[in-house]
Design a binder for this molecule. Structure first.
Ligand code: NBG
Length: 820
């Protein structure tokens, strides 16, 4: 590993401030200093970046292309410094320049090119791929505006554009030499190929854009490996200057300019929900076509037989969003390389693999035929042919069961079903936690599992301990290293060695003192950002994640309302002070989610200002929850709220970040919670609620009626009534929709999220939390065991499984030579 030279680094920073801004360090503002430091860091890693790619080429290693609409990277600078093990040297250098690294890091906008878990998982995976030394590209879109900034005004969420590129991104490198053309619309005609004499399909009268890649470095931990996150931007193809300029072309040129302008404009802010917008499908094909075209070109630069591309290339489809990759690869093989259909299909099968991230029906992508065939006429033809053959396969396998075709066809009911295409075309289909994969196999994708069981496998999600402990929680990271050495940084299994210290009182005290320091840090953040005073001695009970009904922030806040009523009824009741902390963005068009945010803020207003409860309950809604403040929040949590309706949360990854930081899970047996409890022991978690089997059974038999609970449970009825009687809003209709959703549900189905059903069980689990926390030694041990037992949940473990079992990659060692 190359050493970082402090003096050199200092003079680089001074040079960059001068070259970029014509200023001295003293004159430059914080943002300019950040830029200069970032450039100096980039200078340092660029040799490793080049050496990495030189090594990949020399060794001719297989590469995984992780195709994803979302990469929720967060800030780069701090993470890169940590992975370079340059923390000490750079910190010192910066101090000697009279600057402060924390202030500098705070100038960087989050790269928020994603919504939630799915996008952050992609970012953790890239970190692990580099640290493990696997050849990989992340392929995505360079959205001009990332995830919106959330501002809370009068308790309501307001969305503000996230202009993250305003000052430029010092880490990116534009690579116009790798630009490719991507075509939309027009029609397909059949022409005779002069060379082969065969019929060829050509797309005509189309509009096209130029896809231009920007590369971002993904630095591995202390190993010289720098992989690439390649995000594509769209530029207009310069048709104004073509010779054939006439009136018609002028129109077309303007249209193409517009297409280029709009395609990468903004990230759709929907999490686990498909909006079905035409522009979204354009985005999908845009980045997929560009990525696949480039991967094929790159492969063919060094190889002569396209038929063997699967030996060197694997496309991993991050959910169904990039599934058109399958058809795009078929198009390239059949139309451009003249490969026969069957052979092209086999090559495609061996090159593509699909990860499913949800069973939520509203998230499943289905595109109307009309839209799809108009926008992507040749791709549509190819999918039609894939479907025709797939339906024949189904009929051959199940000659007497027409229901199979109805349930499994790729094109049916006027729609293209992207999940079906991904499963039919890929060699691997994986879920993201054991329970989720079982539900896929036995419920949602049962027919596919029966027909192709060999494709199905599980890859339980993970998170990178380097960002979420080493960077986010330096006090705890130092403590762990002091106790057990630093192997955990690249091999999290070692953290189990901490277990023996859970019986040592001194260690427990130290551990809890660190938690306290982190709570003070968060309390300060809350005071600065929310103006709310919170007591760092209270229990920090935290639910941070996207706002979605299935995640049940509503259950949490209804329980706060209930607790508040209890306290008002019995002011002298023994009660351990609690701070309920929420952070969540709601998709801009998701009205009920937005009213739940308003409800949380309204409850906060009432409860926080009621002197009679003596500050025993505080409610805080942290504005603009994102990767950078998440790091501070996880470090400070005592209780991790993972309370989704069982069966609905495919995995969750926040749950793992809390665990790593020594928070205890309060959750349902859903997603990866099941495996968390398995690792830490059920005595070290608080589990409640319906099981996934019970939820699924209710869904089938329709036997759940929330009104029975409303009619028989006075406390619940009181809380519900307060939603509409003015207790929390002078506008009695403000929360009417929430009230109705709890009692009557939607579309004739009672509350699909079983909130009232799980309420008592949740309240009872919360009582156990309070009792356990009051026993300081017991709690310290539980909390510490959570950190100690989270070894399984490193994304290094997850990526190792993908690499061995799906991608079949080999590990690479990179040396930086004088050549670089
Ligand atoms: C999300 C799931 C989470 C899971 C992440 C990462 C989508 C479609 N799915 O439970 O809801 O942790 O994916 O796998 O965003």
């Amino acid at each position: 590993m190359k050493e970082l030279n402090k003096e050199e680094f200092k003079s680089e920073v001074e040079d960059y401030v001068k070259v970029l801004f014509r200023k001295s360090i003293k004159e430059a503002d914080d943002q300019q200093i950040f830029q200069a430091v970032a450039y100096a860091v980039k200078d340092f890693i660029v040799d490793q970046w080049m050496a990495t790619h030189r090594t990949y080429e020399e060794k001719d290693v297989k590469t995984v292309y992780y195709l994803s609409m979302e990469f929720l990277m967060g800030r780069a600078l701090g993470n890169i410094i940590i992975n370079l093990k340059g923390n000490q040297a750079i910190k010192e250098a910066i101090e000697e320049l009279g600057l402060n690294l924390d202030v500098i890091e705070d100038q960087e906008p989050d790269a928020a090119l994603g919504n939630g878990g799915l996008g952050r998982l992609a970012a953790c995976f890239l970190d692990s791929l580099s640290t493990l030394g696997y050849a990989a590209y992340g392929c995505g879109i360079r959205y001009k505006y990332g995830m919106f900034k959330q501002v809370i005004e009068n308790g309501y969420q307001i969305e503000k554009p996230d202009d993250w590129l305003k000052y430029g991104n010092p880490f990116e490198i534009k690579r116009p030499e790798y630009a490719v053309e991507v075509k939309f619309g027009g029609y397909v005609s059949i022409k005779k190929d002069e060379e082969t004499g065969r019929n060829k399909f050509v797309q005509e009268n189309y509009q096209s854009v130029l896809a231009v890649p920007y590369d971002l470095p993904v630095v591995g931990y202390n190993n010289n490996v720098v992989n690439t996150l390649r995000i594509w931007d769209a530029e207009a193809i310069d048709t104004f200057n073509l010779d054939s300029f006439d009136k018609g072309d002028y129109q077309k040129a303007v249209e193409q300019q517009n297409l280029a302008r709009t395609i990468c404009e903004v990230l759709y802010p929907n999490d686990n929900h498909m909006a079905g917008k035409e522009l979204r499908l354009k985005q999908q094909y845009f980045f997929v076509s560009a990525s696949v075209q480039r991967a094929v070109m790159k492969y063919m630069e060094k190889h002569d037989d396209i038929r063997k591309i699967h030996e060197k290339v694997c496309f991993q489809l991050n959910d169904t969003h990039p599934t058109v990759a399958v058809a795009e690869l078929m198009r390239i093989l059949v139309d451009e390389y003249n490969i026969e259909w069957d052979e092209a299909w086999h090559i495609t099968n061996k090159t593509c693999a699909y990860t499913n991230h949800t069973i939520m029906s509203e998230a499943l992508e289905k595109w109307p035929l009309e839209l799809f065939s108009r926008l992507l006429p040749r791709i549509y033809q190819i999918i039609e042919e894939i479907n025709r053959r797939f339906v024949l396969d189904i009929q051959r396998a199940y000659p007497d069961d027409y229901g199979k075709v109805e349930r499994m066809a790729i094109i049916y009911d006027g729609q293209v079903k992207m999940a079906h295409l991904a499963i039919a075309a890929g060699f691997s289909v994986n879920g993201v936690a054991r329970l989720h994969t079982e539900i896929l196999k036995n419920q949602e994708l049962k027919d596919f599992y029966q027909m192709m069981p060999e494709k199905f496998n599980n890859k339980t999600n993970g998170i990178t301990q380097r960002r979420f402990l080493l960077h986010g929680n330096p006090l705890l990271a130092d403590f762990v290293t002091k106790k057990i050495g630093d192997d955990w940084i690249t091999d999290l299994k070692h953290i189990d060695e901490l277990s023996v210290y859970t019986d040592d009182e001194m260690s427990r005290k130290e551990f809890m003192n660190i938690k306290y320091q982190n709570k003070v840090r968060l309390a300060k953040y809350i005071k600065e950002h929310n103006g709310i005073e919170v007591n760092p001695r209270s229990i920090f009970d935290v639910q941070v994640k996207r706002l979605h009904e299935y995640k049940r922030q509503l259950l949490n806040i209804l329980h706060v309302m209930y607790l508040y009523n209890e306290l008002k009824k019995n002011p002298d009741k023994e009660f351990y002070p609690r701070t309920f902390i929420f952070g969540a963005k709601a998709s801009a068009g998701y009205h009920r989610a937005k009213s739940i945010i308003k409800l949380i803020n309204s409850v906060a207003d009432v409860v926080n200002n009621d002197k009679s409860i003596d500050g025993k309950i505080k409610v805080v809604f942290i504005e603009n929850y994102r990767v950078s403040n998440a790091e501070i929040i996880f470090a400070a949590a005592d209780v991790s709220e993972q309370i989704s309706t069982a069966s609905k949360e495919a995995s969750g990854t926040g749950n793992m970040k809390f665990m790593l930081n020594g928070a205890v899970t309060l959750g349902t047996m859903d997603g990866a919670n099941v495996e968390i409890v398995e690792e830490v022991g059920k005595e070290n978690a608080f589990i409640f609620g319906l099981s996934s089997d019970e939820v699924i059974a209710y869904e089938h038999n329709g036997q759940y009626n929330p009104r029975d609970i409303y009619n028989t449970d006075g406390d619940i009825r009181a809380v519900l009534t307060q939603l509409v009687d003015g207790t929390y809003s002078s506008n009695l209709d403000e929360f009417r929709d929430i009230y109705n959703s709890l009692l009557d549900g939607q579309g004739g189905r009672p509350d699909m999220y079983f909130i009232l059903k799980d309420f008592r069980s949740y309240a009872e689990a919360q009582e156990r939390v309070s009792a356990a926390y009051a026993d300081t030694a017991k709690w310290a041990k539980m909390a510490m065991l959570n950190t100690a037992k989270c070894g399984k949940f490193s994304s290094d473990r997850t990526i190792e499984e993908y690499a061995q079992e799906i991608w079949h990659l080999e590990k690479v060692k990179v040396e930086v030579t004088t050549e670089d």
